[in-house]
Ligand binder design. Structure first.
Ligand SMILES: Cc1cc2nc3c(=O)[nH]c(=O)nc-3n(C[C@H](O)[C@H](O)[C@H](O)COP(=O)(O)O)c2cc1C
Length: 379
């Protein structure tokens, strides 16, 4: 007998997957997205609605980059997780996601030199691996300040900030943490040779440049357990003047370091910038060697749509695919992918504004999904 289901299209993105101890019902992950709506670095009640809208039973959400200390901020109104007040403020947000059956990781972050004196308490210089400033970009809204090179003996304190942030995230109820080791922020400022000009044991060789990131990984794993830790890396990306002359060696070295920790949950990697091939934008798909070398779950991100996501999951290039802009604009993205439904367009002008609703919780759900907006019963 032929069941009706047999005729249904198999959507690889919508197939279940076991990520460590977490049973996921599909492969569509919310990428971490800074939204600049956490006034005074404290997450706000409107974030509970925003994340709950995007939560599904067995779906993985990664929270926006969340500062580990007072020196960690580089953008206005970004959340933190270093004070008891911040931990308390995260709790109802995490609860809202859990009530819908979602799995929620907190991305823990230090911007390093991607900051300004104005954003630092006491008007101090931002900290970094180097005292070299990011070259001012005429198209950018910000000129980042000249940083202060961290002294060797100060680095242990920053590692401890990550450790405390991880512990706080678990206390707030998060299922795990994602260490932000990507996009030119502090960890990458140490890792990549364009931004690390140190002569101590944190500079020079690849091993030395990765030492700080590895110490953070070890500290966070020691604090909350490898089964609750993932990391985001972007060896090929060149944001914020952070470029490495040998991204493949860098990625491979970091994967080896992750593999030392049995059960390390996931490695989340960002594709290089989209390449233009025959006039069409194409994802470069350079991550396969890392995916093959890594023992845990591999998440790919950067420019994916439904078709590309299905393809990489079907081919085994990635276990999960993280979606940024599409998930931002489509709170019910997994459902739309399941149905092959049309997508809302994202509005770039509202990405980073401070409005608690506009461009945040007001993107429409599929019209036929009558009960998803507040109570959310979709699978
Ligand atoms: C508004 C916005 C905020 C972002 N914030 C973060 C962030 O906090 N942490 C991070 O690792 N990446 C951040 N990213 C990068 C995204 O996670 C993602 O890698 C990027 O948007 C590419 O994926 P996409 O093509 O699916 O949008 C941000 C991107 C956007 C558009």
């Amino acid at each position: 007998m032929v069941h009706q289901e047999a005729a249904k299209e198999v959507v690889p993105l919508m197939t279940p997957y076991k990520m460590g101890q977490f049973q996921l019902s599909h492969r569509v992950v919310l990428a971490p997205l800074t939204r600049c709506r956490s006034y005074g670095n404290v997450p706000q009640p409107h974030a509970a609605l925003y994340y709950a809208q995007r939560a599904t039973k067995g779906g993985l959400l990664i929270a926006e980059a969340t500062g580990v200390s007072t020196t960690a901020q580089g953008y206005p109104e970004t959340p933190g997780i270093w004070t008891p007040e911040q931990v308390e403020a995260w709790k109802p947000i995490v609860d809202a996601v859990h009530r819908k059956g979602g799995i929620f990781f907190c991305q823990i972050w230090h911007v390093g030199r991607v900051s300004t004196n104005e954003l630092q308490s006491g008007g101090l210089a931002p900290i970094s691996s180097t005292d070299r400033q990011i070259s001012p970009d005429p198209e950018s809204w910000t000129v980042y300040s000249k940083p202060r090179r961290l002294g060797t003996e100060e680095i242990r304190g920053v590692v401890d900030d990550f450790r405390r942030a991880a512990r706080n995230a678990i206390e707030a109820g998060f299922d795990g943490v994602e260490i932000h080791g990507a996009h030119g922020y502090l960890l990458e400022q140490f890792m990549k040779d364009s931004s690390n000009d140190r002569t101590d044991e944190y500079g020079g060789s690849l091993e030395n440049r990765c030492r700080f990131a590895v110490e953070v990984i070890d500290a966070v794993v020691g604090e909350v357990g490898a089964h609750r830790v993932g990391i985001r890396l972007s060896p090929f990306v060149d944001y914020m003047d952070c470029v490495d002359s040998d991204p493949v060696a860098l990625g491979n070295y970091m994967i080896q370091q992750l593999n030392r920790h049995e059960g390390f949950v996931y490695c989340h990697m960002v594709e290089p910038r989209m390449a233009i091939v025959d006039g069409r934008r194409q994802i470069p798909h350079r991550l396969l060697p890392f995916r093959k070398a890594f023992n845990g779950t591999f998440i790919a991100a950067g420019g994916y749509d439904r078709e590309e996501g299905n393809k990489v999951v079907a081919e085994g290039y990635a276990d999960l695919v993280a979606y940024g802009r599409l998930f931002l604009a489509n709170p019910d993205l997994p459902r739309r992918f399941e149905l092959g439904a049309p997508l809302n367009k994202y509005d770039r002008s509202t990405f980073y504004i401070q409005d608690p609703v506009v461009g945040y919780t007001d993107y429409p759900f599929l019209e036929d999904d009558s009960n998803s907006k507040e109570s959310g019963t979709q699978a």
